[in-house]
Design a protein around this ligand. Structure first.
Ligand SMILES: Nc1ncnc2c1ncn2[C@@H]1O[C@H](COP(=O)(O)OP(=O)(O)O)[C@@H](O)[C@H]1O
Ligand SMILES: [Mg+2]
Length: 159
């Protein structure tokens, strides 16, 4: 059964909008790994999630590793871009505290710290495209498969 989903985004507003659609469906305890080169929309997407959670200003945490904001659910926004050396820093951050049932954890550059992230997660791969960006959703676990299925029926309602 195909469970992944690829979406195209033609503008920042669309990227943000997809984030809002994901955010509106979160219940707490979800882990979302964002992977892809600089400038592909990971922060823009995360801001959409934040808005849907009732958090108006989720600025990028590039200079601090993790930001924590309170909305309908608590949002931990992790950015692993500047983590260096990774192994040492990650042990000092207490990232495992971000994985709790009443919080959402969104991780930019998750591929850099994947071994510290639970394997049940929604992986989203971002890429540049000629007319914007591409987002590939890869659900790992039942919870995330049903989330991606909902997104799929939103964009292709006849399937
Ligand atoms: N589909 C799109 N087409 C064009 N620009 C986009 C698109 N989605 C997002 N952007 C813009 O790309 C820039 C980089 O986005 P950002 O979220 O900071 O990337 P990242 O966090 O992956 O480095 C921002 O100015 C954002 O508004
Ligand atoms: Mg970013």
């Amino acid at each position: 059964m195909k469970s992944s989903l690829t979406l195209q985004s033609h503008s920042p507003e669309e990227t943000h909008g997809v984030g809002r659609e994901v955010g509106a469906r979160l219940r707490g305890g979800e882990i979302i790994s964002l992977i892809g080169p600089l400038g592909t929309g990971k922060t823009c997407f995360t801001q959409g999630i934040a808005i849907a959670l009732g958090i108006p200003d989720a600025s990028s945490p590039s200079y601090v590793l993790i930001t924590q904001s309170e909305g309908r659910l608590r949002l931990y926004h992790v950015d692993a871009y500047r983590l260096d050396p990774i192994g040492v820093v990650i042990q000092e951050t207490g990232i495992e505290d971000c994985f709790d049932d009443s919080s959402i954890c969104v991780i930019e550059w998750a591929d850099r710290i994947m071994e510290w992230i639970p394997s049940e997660q929604l992986e989203i791969r971002f890429a540049h495209e000629k007319n914007g960006r591409r987002m590939e959703f890869h659900p790992h676990g039942k919870r995330y498969r049903s989330l991606v299925k909902e997104l799929d029926s939103l964009v292709s309602p006849r399937n």
